[in-house]
Design a protein around this ligand. Structure first.
Ligand code: PGA
Length: 251
């Protein structure tokens, strides 16, 4: 699978801005070989972007997804609604969802499973806070987050999801994890896959992205790390030139 670079636009911009950014990314993506690109706009921009990105290799990504197909869940959106609009991926368990909106491991696991059954490829975000890292609990936290989402999945789900390692302390702070820190965690995740999934499927079937203050000036050293198969980019993805420069690190 090619490396995957996704721009998470979070709750930014107007329709006009989303359209203009998507058009620029679409144009630039034509010249990028060997890397898959996705954009995750606010939900309200999905229909317009689906039209702009039709017949383009740029994938449409949802920022979240609910676990039920339909029902009385004010403010939520289902996997079916997203695939109907052409979304190929959904981010689940982003740290802002976990920390600001108090989503638990159980919520995240349910969102993750709903994607798998509805042919939406989830990007499962995991990551430790700074106090957790400081007290040496990084692996324990990641193990809990991975275990809770992966324990229930069946054989057929192998190869149908990706993981994003996003240390909470690196998101939006300008302080990215160092290549050494990323290498240690990604290597640990690869090993853990074997434990969670046995020999049935591991890293090659699931990409492991890094996210947290990825910028044009640090992307090359992070992309060069073994077991880094892409990026989840926040702030820098709101500028087409920066985002494309980041994606180019994998070309
Ligand atoms: P950042 O955000 O690139 O602005 O640190 C990353 C993310 O939230 O996925």
């Amino acid at each position: 699978m090619p490396p995957l670079v996704v721009g998470n636009w979070k709750m930014h911009g107007t329709q006009q801005m989303a359209l203009s950014l998507a058009r620029k990314v679409k144009r630039a993506a034509r010249e990028l070989r060997g890397v898959e690109i996705g954009v995750a706009p606010p939900f309200t921009a999905l229909p317009a972007l689906a039209r702009v990105l039709k017949d383009s290799p740029v994938a449409l990504v949802a920022q979240n997804v609910h676990w039920q197909a339909a029902g009385a869940f004010t403010g939520e959106i289902s996997a079916l609604m997203l695939t109907e609009l052409g979304c190929r991926y959904a981010i689940v368990g982003h740290s802002e969802r976990r920390h600001i909106f108090k989503e638990t491991d159980e919520h995240v696991a349910r969102r993750f499973s709903a994607c798998l059954t509805d042919a939406l490829r989830p990007i499962l975000c995991v990551g430790e806070t700074w106090p957790e890292r400081r007290r040496g609990a990084t692996e324990r936290v990641l193990e809990r987050q991975l275990d809770s989402a992966l324990k229930g999945i069946g054989k057929t789900a192998i190869g149908k999801f990706d993981i994003a390692y996003e240390p909470v302390w690196a998101i939006g702070t300008g302080h990215n994890a160092t290549p050494e820190q990323v290498s240690a965690v990604h290597g640990w995740i690869v090993k853990s896959f074997r434990r969670f999934l046995g020999d049935r499927g591991h890293k090659r079937a699931s990409r492991i992205l890094y996210g947290g203050s990825v910028r044009p000036d640090n992307c090359a050293s992070l992309a060069a790390v073994d077991d880094v198969d892409g990026f989840l980019v926040g702030g820098a993805s709101l500028d087409a030139e920066s985002f494309v420069a980041i994606a180019r690190a994998f070309c």
